[in-house]
Design a binder for this molecule. Structure first.
Ligand SMILES: [Zn+2]
Length: 125
């Protein structure tokens, strides 16, 4: 099923990742397989040294040893991961000529299990 990045992000925004990563070991993944490094990111310059969100401050000050969070996803363009966060770290690592980055890799079903679904109705009592 093809879905937009924004839809995925919205779907999983309630997840408490600080808890979720406790049971995870970071993996080394290839930067070029992250879909966030594609047209979306490069066109806007988000997360770069000239980032419009922070004027490049976060790019220069981010801790690149903190693993990013990605969703394992078979994109039609051949990418394998969608990044949930870490655009500044991704760009810093990329600019240091590294081909890989540390990441917590989640599957879609894993994330679905972590979503806090609100109850359908609330008891008036
Ligand atoms: Zn920024």
């Amino acid at each position: 099923m093809v879905r937009k990045y924004s839809d995925l992000n919205k779907r999983f925004e309630s997840i408490k990742f600080a808890e979720a990563i406790k049971n995870k070991t970071p993996q080394t993944i290839t930067l070029s397989e992250i879909t966030y490094l594609g047209k979306r990111n490069n066109a806007l310059g988000v997360g770069t040294a000239f980032c419009p969100c922070c004027m490049g401050v976060r790019y220069h000050t981010c801790d690149i040893t903190v693993p990013i969070r990605v969703l394992e996803y078979n994109c039609t363009t051949g990418d394998k991961y969608i990044a949930f966060d870490g655009t500044h770290r991704i760009n810093r690592v990329k600019d240091s000529n590294s081909q890989t980055i540390q990441a917590y890799v989640f599957t879609e079903s894993e994330l679905e299990n972590l979503v806090e679904t609100p109850p359908l109705w609330k008891s008036p009592l």
